[in-house]
Write a protein that binds this ligand. Structure first.
Ligand SMILES: Nc1ncnc2c1ncn2[C@@H]1O[C@H](COP(=O)(O)OP(=O)(O)OP(=O)(O)O)[C@@H](O)[C@H]1O
Length: 268
C-alpha cells in the first residue's frame, strides 16, 4: 500500500502541478525496471526520488527527460504530453537535466560552456554571425551577460576562463547546474548532484538549490543518495524499490515509514 501524504512542504511551492507522471512503465526485455510509478512535481517544489541501487530511479529520469520512450504511462509538463519526445524537444519545453557522470565540454572554458548552452536560443543565424550584424552583436552581448550572471551565481566567476575539464569536481557540478539554468528551465532535474562532493560542498549545494527555486522559481526533481541533503531540501519524496513506488510524502513521513526504513534507510 502506498503511504501518500500531500504535505504543505517548506518552500512555499504554489501547489500548481507542473510535471505529472502517471502509470509509468519501462521494460527492458524481461526486466520491468519501472512499473506503476506516479507522482507530480508542483511549481517551486523540490521533489526527490530515492531508493536502493537498481530501484529504477535513473530509468524514471530517462523516461521523463526524453532519453527513453516509456513502455506505458504518460508524462505531462504543464498539461502537455512530453513522453516520447526527444530530449532536445523536452528541453525546449523547459525541462533540463544534469547527469550522474558530468557532461560538460571539457576542453571549452566555463564561460564557453555557458555560451554553447544558449546557442539554440539565439535569434541570429549563421549569416548574421559571419557579418557580425548589430542584432548578432546584441544577442552575443546578452548571452555573455547571462553567462557572467550565472557564473557569479554558482560561485565560479573567477574561474570563467578555465577549461571545464581542469575545474575541481565540485566546480564542474556547479557549472553543469549553471548550464542548465541559463536556458531558463521550469523544471531542473538533478541526477545525484551530491555524488563525489565533500561535506562543505554538499552544504553549499543545498543552499544553491534552495536559491534556485526561491529566487528563480524553478522546480527541482532530484535523485540523490545523500539522506541529509534529501531530507534537508525536499518538500516531498518518492521512494522506489524494485521499480515500484512504495511511499510518497513529506520527509518526516517518509523517514518514519516502516517499509521505507526496511527497504532503504535501514540499510545505512
Ligand atoms: N538500458 C538498460 N537496459 C537494460 N537494463 C537496464 C537499463 N537501464 C537500467 N536497467 C536496469 O533497470 C534497473 C533499474 O536501473 P536504474 O539505473 O534505473 O536504477 P537506479 O535506482 O537509478 O540505481 P542507482 O541508484 O544504482 O543509479 C536495474 O536492474 C538496471 O540494471
Amino acid at each position: 500500500m502506498n503511504a501518500t501524504v500531500h504535505g504543505a512542504g517548506t518552500s512555499g511551492a504554489t501547489g500548481k502541478s507542473l510535471l505529472k507522471v502517471s502509470g509509468l512503465q519501462m521494460r527492458f526485455g524481461g526486466l520491468l525496471a519501472v512499473d506503476g510509478v506516479e507522482f507530480d512535481v508542483r511549481e517551486g517544489e523540490v521533489f526527490a526520488i530515492i531508493g536502493p541501487n537498481g530501484a529504477g530511479k535513473t530509468t524514471v529520469f530517462n523516461c521523463v527527460g526524453g532519453f527513453y520512450q516509456p513502455t506505458a504511462g504518460s508524462v505531462l509538463l504543464d498539461g502537455k504530453a512530453i513522453d516520447g519526445l526527444p530530449s532536445h524537444m523536452v528541453a525546449r519545453q523547459g525541462l533540463v537535466r544534469t547527469f550522474q557522470n558530468i557532461r560538460l565540454f571539457k576542453s571549452l572554458t566555463a564561460v564557453e560552456n555557458l555560451m554553447v548552452a544558449q546557442h539554440q536560443e539565439m535569434k541570429s543565424g549563421l549569416l548574421a554571425g559571419l557579418f557580425s550584424t548589430p542584432a548578432f552583436r546584441k544577442s552575443e552581448h546578452d548571452a555573455l551577460t547571462r553567462a557572467a550572471f550565472w557564473l557569479e551565481r554558482v560561485g565560479l566567476r573567477d574561474l570563467a576562463n578555465r577549461e571545464a575539464g581542469t575545474l575541481a569536481y565540485g566546480h564542474q557540478r556547479r557549472l553543469e547546474i549553471a548550464r542548465c539554468m541559463i536556458t531558463r528551465p521550469r523544471l531542473l532535474m538533478l541526477d545525484e548532484p551530491a555524488a563525489g562532493l565533500n561535506p562543505q560542498e554538499k552544504v553549499e549545494l543545498q543552499t544553491l538549490i534552495d536559491q534556485l527555486r526561491r529566487e528563480h522559481g524553478v522546480s527541482v526533481l532530484l535523485i540523490e543518495h545523500d539522506m541529509n541533503l534529501v531530507m534537508g531540501i525536499s518538500d516531498r519524496i518518492l521512494v522506489m524499490e524494485y521499480g515500484k513506488p512504495i511511499a510518497t510524502g513529506v520527509p518526516e513521513v517518509v523517514r518514519n515509514d516502516p517499509r521505507v526504513v526496511k527497504a532503504y534507510l535501514g540499510e545505512e
